[in-house]
Design a protein around this ligand. Structure first.
Ligand code: PHE
Length: 335
């Protein structure tokens, strides 16, 4: 028998074995074992291909055709069988596993903005509607902007009121947002209309209404012809927008080196006796205007600085300013 004849016979046998074995395969492991036996690099088909090298050139072409046909058929049968097994496996799974589409999905609790952020944004939007811009300044401030430019020289006893935390290089954590007034005026010719919310620091000991870190919102309006009446009007307008009806407001005399005259602003829910101070306000002191190169004979201005926590406390009946810092979800999620 010639080599070619022998090969023909082997091809036939492999073909028969292969079809027969495939029929009986019922799981993925058996399928893989089949692949290794017949189709892998050292499998039975690969062995047959090696025979080609021993044939005469004339025989090789027929042998090649024979083997390639076998290989294609084997590959087609194999993947057909795999398809059948996969489908059977899927059918078995869907018969036992059922998705209950009526079950509630995984639930992610949505977070929200902190009450202080809400209040800040709300106040900003009230003043944006009134034509003010929102400005900001650094929390680490120089003594010049925190004090001197605001008409509080080094020896002035009023410095005690804004005692803050100092860095080694002489700068300090700003004790109020008023330094931003000066920074803005230095860069902008009048008219100026800004609000500036931000964090402030003081060496106050903590109690229900004081905290060493807190927030203020500063307002500054400088233009020709502004008077204390305009200041009072703006405060009243703001208070009505932010608090709504049901609150009383009171202005009384005060002293700040950077305003003249100066007032303090108190609020209380109507019917209650205790006033809560929102902050200070007044007509910008001509010395401050001169300091930034403005002409106090031509323009006048007014400013206020209110505590953000105080306003949130008043509106939401929060008793203690320390709750803002407690980072307690029972508090935070209420708003
Ligand atoms: N900066 C003052 C304070 O923190 C408040 C204030 C602002 C007063 C603007 C007058 C004008 O106490």
């Amino acid at each position: 028998m010639s080599e070619l004849d022998a090969l023909r016979e082997q091809v036939f046998r492999v073909q028969v074995d292969l079809e027969h074995d495939l029929e009986g395969l019922s799981d993925p492991e058996a399928l893989e074992a089949f692949r290794v036996e017949f189709l892998s690099r050292k499998g039975r088909l690969a062995q047959l291909f090696k025979v080609i090298g021993t044939l005469t050139p004339a025989e090789r072409s027929e042998a090649g055709q024979l083997l390639n046909a076998l290989k294609e058929r084997a590959a087609a049968s194999f993947s057909a069988r795999r398809g059948v097994l996969d489908a059977a496996a899927l059918a078995a799974r869907t018969a036992t596993e059922r998705a209950d589409l009526t079950l509630p999905g995984p639930c992610h609790r949505l977070g929200h903005l902190h009450l202080l952020t809400q209040v800040r944004q709300e106040i900003e939007s009230i003043f944006l509607r009134l034509g003010f811009d929102v400005a900001s300044g650094p929390e680490v401030e120089t003594e010049y902007y925190n004090f001197e430019a605001l008409n509080i020289p080094a020896s002035h006893p009023a410095r005690d009121e804004w005692d803050s935390f100092y860095l080694d290089d002489g700068r300090l954590l700003r004790a109020h947002t008023s330094p931003v007034q000066v920074r803005v005026m230095e860069k902008t010719p009048p008219p100026v209309r800004i609000v500036c919310p931000g964090r402030c620091y003081r060496r106050d000991s903590q109690d229900a209404t004081h905290s060493p870190v807190f927030h203020q919102i500063e307002l500054l309006w400088v233009e020709e012809g502004l008077t204390l009446a305009n200041l009072k009007y703006v405060i009243e307008l703001f208070v009505r927008e932010f608090f709504g009806e049901g609150y009383d407001m009171r202005l009384s005399g005060d002293f700040f080196p950077f305003t003249e005259p100066s007032v303090q602003v108190h609020m209380r829910p109507r019917g209650q006796t205790k006033w809560l101070e929102l902050g200070g306000a007044g007509m910008v002191n001509p010395a401050v205007l001169t300091g930034v190169g403005y002409d106090p004979e031509r323009v006048t201005g007014f400013a206020f600085g209110f505590g953000l926590e105080r306003m949130a406390m008043l509106r939401h009946r929060i008793e203690d300013i320390r709750t803002f810092l407690a980072n307690d979800l029972r508090f935070i999620t209420q708003f």
